[in-house]
Design a protein around this ligand. Structure first.
Ligand code: AMP
Ligand code: GLY
Length: 421
């Protein structure tokens, strides 16, 4: 089978690493890829958000199966163009990707299927939004409706902060994403991520993880795309996962199918857990990054069979072989991230790691230049290890971090703290 993966992050490196271990994979191309991916697959620099370009590339390269990594091509309808051309695709349609692209859409789906989530209001003007905030008080959460690269959510501690956030959003700070605003009840509890494969009808949970969104140790500083993750997430017990499936995931899937927009792909449910009960924070229509890296380490080669079963509508026959160990990943980011940072610094020491099923350095923002592997993004490497216990996985990951020579980068030193204390 000839396979094309779309994307260029640590998520896609981990997907590529797992997929190519499956004997069914004859040829693997990743577009556009990065320096780490180029060591294991062909990379092609094409515009992955343009459906016609991807369809043409697939035909020219005899690709049998396309796996879409990031949300942008999904929201741009690249999956639809491929399916129209008769290509097997893993990833939702543009209509189903609304579950990530519009927060108001997701809240309305939750209402329609009675899935537990925060109470909310949806507004297109500042005066009505402010009246809602005044009526409900703080803390309260103000969200730009559309895709804002994880930056469109403000947790307001006071009514004044919420009003300020509302003014910012309606004055265009988040571009088109902020033209509509969702205001939500602040939910207390512990957050965890639940990953479920869906084929339009059946669902198959494939793992749990916890992310570290803040840039600094002890969950301080600004939000990032994620500074580290581990799997499984101990807070998401089997019983809570079952409740999430019964009360949130399956009702959402049934509602999407009923509306004529069945969901196929991976559903990443952000859950808030309190007193043994899960509530939905948000859906993403893709794997999390860096959560994917820890999931792929634990799933390995079977990932290709599972993604193919989802794409072909055969999930009811599929089974997951669970590893009963733990995986943890530490993100190395460029100094300054998530603010501005320099590009082009050389990363040394990477040739010390050959990589195996227990220890892998996945690349995110890297490129190959004459001087060696250089950093070209904010999040640059994902140092990932497995262990029989979470603390063993963490020790292994940090000892690999110590072997990397990159003074222009940094990482959090406390990945896993919540589960380990
Ligand atoms: P989102 O982009 O919707 O995932 O929001 C980003 C982060 O904000 C989440 O991961 C939560 O940590 C937090 N958050 C979002 N909505 C709420 C809420 N209603 N209550 C508490 N925290 C929230
Ligand atoms: N790590 C969070 C995300 O992928 O959205």
């Amino acid at each position: 089978m000839n396979i094309l993966i779309l994307g260029s992050g640590g998520r896609e490196h981990a997907l590529a690493w797992a997929v190519m271990q499956n004997p069914k994979c004859d040829k693997l191309i990743v577009a556009p890829g990065n320096a780490g991916i180029a060591q294991i697959a062909d990379c092609a620099s094409i515009d992955i958000n343009d459906g016609a370009t991807v369809v043409e590339f697939v035909a020219r390269n005899n690709v049998d199966f396309v796996i879409i990594g990031p949300e942008a091509p999904l929201a741009a309808g690249v999956g639809d163009r491929l399916r129209e051309a008769g290509v097997l695709v893993f990833g939702p349609s543009k209509a189903a990707a609304e579950l990530e692209a519009s927060k108001a859409f997701t809240k309305e789906i939750c209402d329609a299927c009675d899935a537990p989530t925060a109470a909310y209001g949806h507004f297109t003007d500042a005066a009505a939004a402010k009246a809602y905030v005044q009526a409900n008080g703080a803390p309260i959460v103000v969200k730009a409706d559309g895709l804002a690269a994880g930056k469109g959510v403000i947790i307001a501690e006071t009514v004044a902060q919420a009003e300020h956030a509302i003014d910012d959003m309606f004055s265009g700070e988040f571009g088109a994403a902020g033209a509509e605003v969702v205001i939500e009840e602040f939910m207390e509890g512990e957050e965890a991520s639940f990953f479920i494969l869906c084929d339009g009808e059946s669902v198959l949970p494939i793992g749990t993880a916890q992310d570290h969104k803040r840039v600094g140790d002890g969950d301080t500083g600004p939000n990032t795309g994620g500074m580290g993750a581990y799997s499984p997430a101990p807070v998401l017990t089997d019983a809570i996962a079952q409740r999430a499936l019964d009360e949130i995931i399956r009702p959402t899937m049934a509602e999407m199918a009923k509306r004529g927009t069945p969901y196929q792909g991976v559903l990443y449910a952000g859950l808030m857990i309190k007193d043994g009960a899960p509530r939905l924070v948000e859906y993403n229509v893709r794997f999390g990054d860096p959560e994917c890296q820890v999931l792929m380490m634990r799933l390995g080669a079977q990932v290709l069979d599972l993604l193919q079963a989802a794409a072909e509508g055969r999930l009811d026959e599929a089974q997951v072989n669970w590893a009963d160990d733990h995986a943890l990943t530490v993100v190395l980011a460029a100094n300054g991230y998530p603010g501005s940072y320099e590009k082009g610094s050389v990363i040394g020491g990477l040739d010390r790691f050959e990589g195996d099923s227990k220890n892998m350095v996945f690349h995110a923002g890297t490129a190959m230049r004459d001087e060696g592997i250089v950093a070209v993004g904010g999040r640059v490497l994902n140092v990932t290890a497995r262990g029989e216990t979470l603390s063993q996985a963490r020790e292994r990951a940090y000892s690999m971090v110590d072997g990397i020579d990159w003074p222009e980068g940094f990482c959090r030193s406390d990945i896993g703290w919540r589960a380990l204390t």
